[in-house]
Design a protein around this ligand. Structure first.
Ligand code: UD1
Length: 316
């Protein structure tokens, strides 16, 4: 039987991939240092082999890669503004950590590694939709770190013949996303906040748009990319999104309807390193591994709100 390693297993995306693998009866090991991951995310992952540690330590990487067939590499310090405030930590985790993991995976004979890339690699180019063959133009240190990680994957594929795949995620949201940090994704913050009657603060005029992607679509893309024929995916980069663009103002209006929030919306200056519009072309992923997003924005946000409702009920 195959054994999977998930880095960042206590995080939003890592824990959701783990749930899907366990549901299929797979054997799962996970590593997390709990800097942004949550112990609570491990509670419904029975039977995983868990190692607490950081991928910034090569010894941790060597230990967790032993006996592993496939790696989903989700560990990262996410967030554009966090990277603007502290580019060195972002680089240490996202770049050095990824390089350490690749070296350990190579030495352990891992069959394939699928990596959490980011739509931020495209930067603020006006051309929409974003296609994978566009020249990257990262703006924030976060975008640089994620792009560097994917270039290391490509390099390891070319130089050492490893099977590596990059999935460029477009603004993922859904259950288990942490809503509580200043660096949390906007939909996580606004969903819980508006359910609890707190005023959403929009940075800029709210006309910026994102191809918000529900987590289940991202999990499916990962599982499909891991087992697609190597000649279709190895050494390559794929957008993972929905091809639907929603402005922040529209997202807030949808959340108003679904949460019953009737209070004000506050507008604050735009965030440094922010980009205006993001929309993907997903035809490459569709052709290579049959990716087809099953859950659209509206359904995804409904399911997300249900999950946050459960959280607030549990706290009371
Ligand atoms: C970026 C990447 C995304 C990546 C994420 C990791 C792009 C297009 N997307 O997301 O792929 O996964 O980093 O963190 O580069 N905002 C508010 N109020 C808030 C919080 C955010 O108005 O309280 C605004 C932001 O200014 C931004 C939008 O909401 O315009 C989305 O922000 P966020 O959820 O942090 O993600 P991105 O920075 O777009």
């Amino acid at each position: 039987m195959a054994t999977y390693l998930i880095t960042g297993i206590a995080g939003f995306i890592g824990s959701n991939i783990a749930r899907a693998l366990l549901a299929r009866g797979e054997s799962v090991r996970g590593v997390d240092n709990f800097v942004t991951g949550k112990r609570a995310n491990l509670e419904d992952l029975p039977g995983i082999d868990f190692v607490e540690g950081t991928i910034e330590d090569p010894a941790v990487c060597a230990c967790v890669c032993k006996g592993i067939d496939y790696i989903f590499h989700e560990a990262a310090l996410a967030s554009v503004p966090r990277s603007v405030a502290d580019p060195v930590s972002t680089n240490a985790n996202n770049v050095t950590g990824t390089l350490n993991l690749l070296v350990a995976a190579r030495d352990a004979g891992v069959k394939r590694i699928v990596y959490a890339g980011s739509s931020s690699a495209y930067g603020d180019q006006p051309t929409l939709p974003k296609q994978e063959d566009m020249v990257p133009d990262p703006i924030s240190p976060y975008a640089v770190s994620k792009l560097t990680g994917e270039q290391y994957l490509r390099s390891f594929s070319r130089v050492y013949g490893m099977e590596t795949v990059t999935l460029r995620y477009f603004n993922v949201f859904g259950p288990h996303q942490d809503p509580s940090s200043q660096y949390s994704g906007v939909l996580a913050k606004f969903s819980l906040g508006m359910l609890e009657g707190r005023t959403p603060v929009i940075f800029g005029d709210g006309s910026q748009s994102r191809d918000f992607t529900f987590i289940e679509n991202v999990v499916e893309a990962n599982l499909a990319a891991m087992h697609a024929p190597a000649d279709k995916v190895s050494g390559k980069v794929f957008n993972v999104a929905t091809e639907q663009r929603i402005t922040l103002n529209d997202a807030v209006n949808i959340l108003r309807e679904l949460t019953g929030y009737t209070g004000p919306v506050e507008y604050a200056p735009p965030r440094t390193g922010d980009i205006a519009h993001s929309l993907a072309d997903i035809s490459r992923a569709r052709a290579a591994f049959g990716y087809a997003p099953k859950v659209d924005f509206h359904e995804g946000i409904r399911r997300t709100l249900n999950w946050y409702r459960g959280l607030t009920a549990a706290v009371r």
